[in-house]
Design a protein around this ligand. Structure first.
Ligand SMILES: [Zn+2]
Length: 289
């Protein structure tokens, strides 16, 4: 894990490409933090407790200010299993958008934890648990801490119900969360809203003034993130168009999927693990409408 600097007092780490496995030890998502005079604000806690520790040690390598707040960009396993470290070893309050609660509806959260205890053992094990936030916010929340003004913007339901971007005003650094993936096929789950997701992508694209750096949920950070924006726009649009056409014609998923030329995406990381399921979830989403 290598600490990178987006601007004065704004840092981030970039996970590897692909899906979580024993080789990457679950380090396949991004996180970051802002150092203020009054403490440190963290965005996302990564996908295992040991990665949470590692992130905390990276924070300690640049400041001894207390960690006062952890903002959860959305409740998905790869961004939250490090929370227990911040809960247990700092005085930080954990903040999440109020739709986070949907993550705990049904058996999904427990099933995912069980899956990760196998796929990521021993980094995720019996001691790993899902930590709930201390406080929640609604559509938009701006706060000042020390010399920094930070804005949280709810852009979900898109990739997840509670997708939240964090904008650090002044240096104008944006943590987009999983609205943006770069360098791999994104994960499209079964309660996705791809129309809103596209709108979220356009909201990032239309930011004025353009952010100095955009840190996506997955993949490398960029100045204007135009590559990640183009990629996400193209990928989601293609899924919506092809699967939408199939739904309209009452064509079964299987034959519709096989008819489409996916070659432009075939070589990308996470393609085998996620792409077909992504298409299926978009098919079901549009069918439901
Ligand atoms: Zn993610």
């Amino acid at each position: 894990m290598e600490l990178q600097k987006a601007a004065e007092d704004v840092y981030f780490v970039i996970g590897r490409n692909g899906v979580p496995d024993a080789e990457n030890e679950g380090f396949m998502s991004n996180a970051g933090f802002v150092v203020t005079d009054d403490g440190v604000v963290v965005y996302d806690a990564l996908g295992t407790p040991s990665l949470g520790w590692k992130l905390l040690s990276k924070i300690r390598s640049v400041t001894d200010k207390p960690v006062t707040r952890v903002v959860v960009g959305h409740y998905h396993a790869d961004h939250i299993y490090g929370l227990q470290v911040f809960e247990g070893h700092t005085d930080a309050t954990i903040w999440a958008q109020n739709r986070y609660a949907q993550y705990f509806e049904g058996q999904g959260a427990q099933r995912r934890l069980k899956q990760r205890r196998q796929a990521l053992f021993p980094w995720v094990d019996e001691d790993t648990r899902v930590v709930r936030p201390d406080e929640t916010f609604g559509e938009r929340k701006t706060f000042e801490m020390g010399d920094k003004r930070i804005e949280l913007v709810h852009v979900g339901p898109a990739h997840a119900p509670d997708d939240t971007m964090m904008i650090v005003h002044g240096p104008d650094v944006v943590f987009s969360g999983d609205i943006l993936f770069d360098g791999r096929i994104p994960f499209i789950g079964d309660n996705v809203d791809t129309k809103n997701w596209l709108e979220g992508v356009e909201r990032v694209a239309a930011m004025d003034p353009p952010p100095s750096t955009i840190i996506p949920g997955h993949g490398p950070a960029e100045e204007n993130a135009s590559r990640a924006i183009d990629f996400m726009r193209g990928y989601i649009t293609k899924l919506r168009e092809t699967m939408g056409e199939a739904v309209k014609k009452l064509q079964p998923f299987e034959s519709a999927y096989n008819q489409v030329d996916w070659s432009e995406y075939e070589g990308l990381p996470a393609y085998e693990a996620t792409h077909r399921r992504n298409a299926y979830n978009v098919y079901l989403e549009l069918q439901g409408q």
